[in-house]
Write a protein that binds this ligand. Structure first.
Ligand code: ADP
Length: 485
């Protein structure tokens, strides 16, 4: 059973293979015309020879019939000249001649068998009634039969009919010889075509074998030499290899960025740990000599580092949750954006006050949009927090809400330090900070904007930052009003 299924699978594989199909197509294209040609040739010859024979026998019969009409053969069948003529003709065509009178009685049979008998065949009747020549063929017994009227042209008197049968053996023999030769040619052509089809199926697909080998050779891992694999034989194989190289370099990129990410994560997680280690070591080394106040100070520092570690981990988790590939998990619901923004302002006002920054909210139009409130809140919260964090003494932060026909537009502007031009496109990268030490000092993880961007993209929205160094920054977020836009 198992061998049967594996055999079946093998057959399906063979049938599906391009190589087999090319072989089959070339074979059919080559062999079918050869068969058709043989048929046309042999059949054509047979038809032509048969028509010729019919014409010849009919002519001859007509001549004899005319002759018969002129003599009084019907009253006296012993006319030697005529009888000779009839015998000669029947010998010539290897057949038999019957002369029939207008009573349908056979008055002469060159076989001398049926004299005196009556013959009432449809051919004879229609021949005599319509004064027409009739012909019929007997394929099986290999003869043809011609019936011509015996008619006196001058008086229009119908004497009877002449039935001449002629053997078609010679034609059939010729056809057989011809068919035999054609078959030999056919077999030769078939063998040649099988060879051609087989070698074409092998050579035409060779470049694809090269492609398979090339792909196989890099299956085990990244081969730095992969770019050098070229299969330029066909445009198709070249395209496949180009696509393959593209895929490989994309994978390489992903691999590299993953390595970088892991390195960054380790670094970010290690920094607070290192600080804690230093703090705790110095406490241990100092032993009893540390007074309670210093002890408390150190412990506060350690707690701060734990908080930082926590924040990095939480941000990382949010980032994973907001991965763009999880678009299906976004729960979009129609929400009032002004309500959401006012709630955010309320939550962040204490932080702004603490930093000496004034926080304003301006609503140009009330807007409702299809959003995932938790995710979008997080995104806008990060922007406002940054605007407060990277601001100046007595600075301001303004949040506005507006909309056009398709999008809700939220802007967060500040009067802060601004972002240098060459950093403006990098700020969304994970762990990127313009000023590393400053960001760490004010509790940044470098993940906030990456989270924001992911959340916005999950809404099929867009985010853009414009900034003037030393004057301030504006982030503009556009979110489609309805999910079906
Ligand atoms: P962080 O946790 O460091 O704030 P973010 O991803 O939120 O990380 O921001 C990345 C970097 O972009 C910040 O470190 C900061 O240098 C810069 N940045 C973000 N928002 C602002 C802003 N409103 N004004 C100036 N710089 C900003």
């Amino acid at each position: 059973m198992r061998t049967l299924t594996s055999k079946l699978l093998q057959n399906i594989r063979l049938y599906k293979s391009l190589r087999f199909r090319i072989f089959l197509i070339v074979l059919l294209i080559g062999i079918i015309p050869a068969f058709v040609m043989r048929y046309i040739m042999v059949q054509g010859y047979e038809n032509r020879a048969m028509n010729q024979k019919v014409a010849e026998v009919t002519n001859q019969s007509a001549i004899v019939a005319a002759h018969l009409a002129r003599t009084d053969y019907f009253s006296d069948t012993s006319d030697i000249v005529i009888n000779d003529e009839l015998t000669q003709m029947s010998n010539l065509y290897d057949g038999r001649i019957l002369v029939i009178n207008d009573d349908f009685q056979i008055i002469k049979d060159t076989y001398n068998k049926s004299q005196g008998k009556y013959i009432v065949s449809s051919e004879v009747i229609s021949c005599m009634n319509g004064s027409r020549n009739m012909s019929s063929q007997d394929e099986e017994n290999r003869y043809l039969e011609i019936t011509v009227p015996i008619l006196d042209e001058a008086t229009g008197k119908m004497y009877g009919a002449l039935v001449a049968s002629a053997s078609t053996d010679s034609i059939h023999d010729n056809v057989e010889v011809l068919a035999r030769r054609a078959r030999v040619v056919e077999v030769v052509i078939a063998v040649l075509i099988i060879i051609i089809a087989y070698s074409l199926s092998l050579t035409l697909l060779k470049p694809f074998d090269k492609v398979i080998r090339a792909v196989d050779s890099v299956k085990e891992g990244f081969d730095p030499g992969v770019e050098s694999i070229e299969v330029p034989d066909y445009t198709e194989t070249k395209d496949i290899m180009d696509a393959f190289h593209h895929l490989m370099s994309r994978m390489k990129e992903v691999d590299e960025s993953r390595d970088e990410f892991v390195a960054n994560v380790s670094h970010e997680l290690k920094t607070p740990l290192a600080s804690m280690k230093v703090l705790s070591d110095s406490l241990i080394q100092s032993g009893d000599s540390v007074d309670a106040e210093t002890y408390r100070e150190f412990m506060l520092d350690i707690a701060e580092e734990v908080d930082r570690e926590n924040k990095v981990i939480n941000n990382l988790l949010s980032l994973v949750k907001l991965d763009r590939s999880k678009e299906a998990e976004v729960a979009l619901e129609t929400r009032d954006l002004s309500e959401m923004l006012q709630q955010l302002i309320k939550t962040l006002t204490p932080l702004a006050e603490e930093s000496g920054v004034s926080l304003f909210y301006e609503e140009k139009v009330p807007v409702k949009a299809d959003i995932d409130e938790t995710k979008l809140s997080l995104a806008i919260m990060n922007l406002i927090e940054n605007a407060i964090k990277y601001n100046k003494e007595n600075g301001w932060v303004r949040v506005t809400l507006d909309a056009d026909l398709q999008f809700a537009v939220i802007t967060v502007s500040d009067s802060g330090m601004g972002i240098p031009e060459d950093s403006i496109n990098k700020i969304y990268d994970r762990f990127y900070r313009v000023d590393k030490s400053h960001s760490r000092e004010i509790g940044g993880t470098g993940l906030g904007l990456a989270i924001t961007r992911n959340a916005v993209l999950l809404h099929r929205g867009a985010i853009k930052a414009t900034s003037i160094l030393g004057e301030g920054t504006t982030f503009t977020v556009k979110i489609p009003l309805r999910k079906d836009i």
